[in-house]
Design a protein around this ligand. Structure first.
Ligand SMILES: [Zn+2]
Length: 305
């Protein structure tokens, strides 16, 4: 069985120090592809460089077990408050220039919770939402122009994202990353050709609605992801040995520390194991289909469109 982490912020500071060892560990676990979205102009070149220097630089430590890092370019809805048209122009230019290196526009999207919090920064939720929509619209258009799939962030925003996707009808669709929601919401995306990212949410027994959704959806609509170093898995699944220092000290919150990221791409296997418990199919069949789903979205011959 081979695996792809369809969403990992491998360029994050949390992984900087131990990156070669981490990639070796992934290779050992048959995680052979890692897709790395960017989040803001600040990290565009970091994400591109990371992919450029893999796998050759790491082959010696992975015993030539191929592991490949694929970059994406996009502006995340959390990081666009201070950004304007000039940053979108910069993104456009870089996407065109890097068209043969990147495999998607992402991560982009709309975050309803961030819009509500804007009031704390002296902005109305409506203005914030409008700004998010402006960036989302621009980046969907960019994906359409460049014939690239998209990686979409959502939170309290299914109703806001859907009208855009219906309007654009992207031929290469994309991934609804870290999906949580109902069966009906999931099917609305699937009807538009999108796949749903299965992440750490399913490791929490309280996430009944999302677990129930992933149990029933067609297997050819799912992909795996960690979103590392964000989105830690539940303690029941992850075991006690990887608790962060702050947890060991008895604090509730999980802090992202350079020496102890809250989540790592190696946890992809744990997410897969939980999915295998939820699903009726055999693990080998699940793994095989999930890889085909990745192929279909990101690596299918684009000339066929
Ligand atoms: Zn992410």
């Amino acid at each position: 069985m081979q695996f792809t982490d369809s969403h990992c912020h491998l360029d994050d500071e949390a992984f900087k120090e131990n990156l070669p060892a981490l990639l070796a560990q992934c290779a050992k676990l048959n995680i052979s592809r890692i897709i790395v979205p960017s989040i803001a102009p600040d990290n565009f070149s970091k994400v591109l460089n990371l992919a450029k220097h893999t796998p050759d630089d790491f082959n010696h430590i992975t015993n030539n077990n191929p592991i490949k890092v694929y970059p994406c370019l996009g502006i995340h809805p959390w990081f666009l408050q201070e950004l304007n048209d000039s940053h979108l122009a910069q993104l456009s230019k870089l996407v065109a220039k890097s068209r043969n290196e990147i495999i998607a526009v992402g991560e982009i999207g709309i975050d309803g919770a961030i819009a509500k919090q804007a009031i704390n920064h002296g902005q109305t939720p409506e203005d914030n939402l409008h700004h998010q929509q402006y960036f989302f619209d621009f980046q969907l258009n960019l994906a359409k122009q460049q014939n690239l799939p998209v990686i979409i962030h959502h939170r309290q925003s299914h109703d806001k994202i859907m009208p855009f996707l219906r309007r654009y009808q992207l031929a290469r669709s994309g991934i609804i990353h870290g999906f949580s929601g109902s069966y009906q919401q999931a099917m609305a995306y699937i009807d538009l050709g999108f796949k749903l990212g299965v992440g750490s949410t399913i490791t929490y027994s309280r996430a009944k609605k999302t677990i129930n959704t992933f149990k029933r959806l067609p297997l050819d609509s799912l992909v795996l992801e960690t979103d590392a170093p964000s989105m830690p898995l539940s303690r029941e699944v992850i075991g006690k040995e990887v608790l962060t220092n702050s947890e060991k000290n008895g604090q509730e919150s999980i802090e992202l520390k350079a020496d102890s990221p809250a989540n790592s791409p190696v946890n992809l296997i744990k997410i897969f194991e939980v999915l295998s418990i939820i699903r009726p199919e055999r693990p080998a069949e699940i793994a095989n289909q999930l890889e085909q789903n990745i192929e279909q979205i990101f690596f299918k011959d684009v000339n066929s469109f």
